[in-house]
Ligand binder design. Sequence first.
Ligand SMILES: Nc1ncnc2c1ncn2[C@@H]1O[C@H](COP(=O)(O)OP(=O)(O)O)[C@@H](O)[C@H]1O
Ligand SMILES: [Mg+2]
Length: 240
Amino acid sequence: MNDVIIEGHGLKRYYHRGSETVKALDGVDIAIRKGEIVAILGPSGSGKTTLINILSCLDAPTEGTLNVDGKSVAGLSEDQLVEVRRGLLGFVFQQFSLLPTLTVTENVELPLMFLGLRTNPERTRAILSAVGLTDRATHLPRELSGGQMQRVAIARALIIGPKILVADEPTGNLDKVTGQSIIALFKRLAAEEGLAILLTTHNTAFGAEADRTIILEDGRIVQEERNEPAPLISSSKVDL
Ligand SMILES: Nc1ncnc2c1ncn2[C@@H]1O[C@H](COP(=O)(O)OP(=O)(O)O)[C@@H](O)[C@H]1O
Ligand SMILES: [Mg+2]
């Protein structure tokens, strides 16, 4: 069975500034499977964001081949990439990006409005329950802790039913214990929903919790490790 959901070969992303060329990504081969959590680590400027943006079709490679969910995507236009992302990829960012005047429920349902889809209160409730926010559904973002805000952002990414969750520094604004709880949530979602999760982090301990750790330096993979499966911290069932 081929359960690879993202596969890239010889991926390069060069930026040109005047006569200078920045090799943000300089020849990366990578494959990500369904239900797998892959953590990308490396120093600032090593190309983590560039790699994750390319693998999630937010940006296009300068060179290389890329297959996402069975489709060849290298060389597609921005409009075509929007189509590929739709319903397939959910995004979570370091700064949460919640709308301050909307409630938790409204923030979570926002992607449905953008896509012109109907909201389904039952599904929203199930997702809020999966991320542990049932009792915060009518709160505003400013009434939440950082960890709770990131859970809202994760629920918002899940509302469209993606197969791949992409998170650039999702624990970057959180303290260690809160960051740990976000990683534990990712592990449950991967194990129970079969979501592929691609994340970047500066925290090597969080990286070690992923199924696989990839370390970047100067736009190249310099180390790759498969980590021992660790027990789930919380065993409560996710039911989406
Ligand atoms: N839009 C851009 N224009 C020019 N250079 C860029 C651009 N985006 C990123 N870079 C450069 O590419 C390299 C990798 O950046 P990035 O992927 O953001 O690294 P990381 O996420 O690991 O900190 C850096 O040298 C950065 O300055
Ligand atoms: Mg980055």
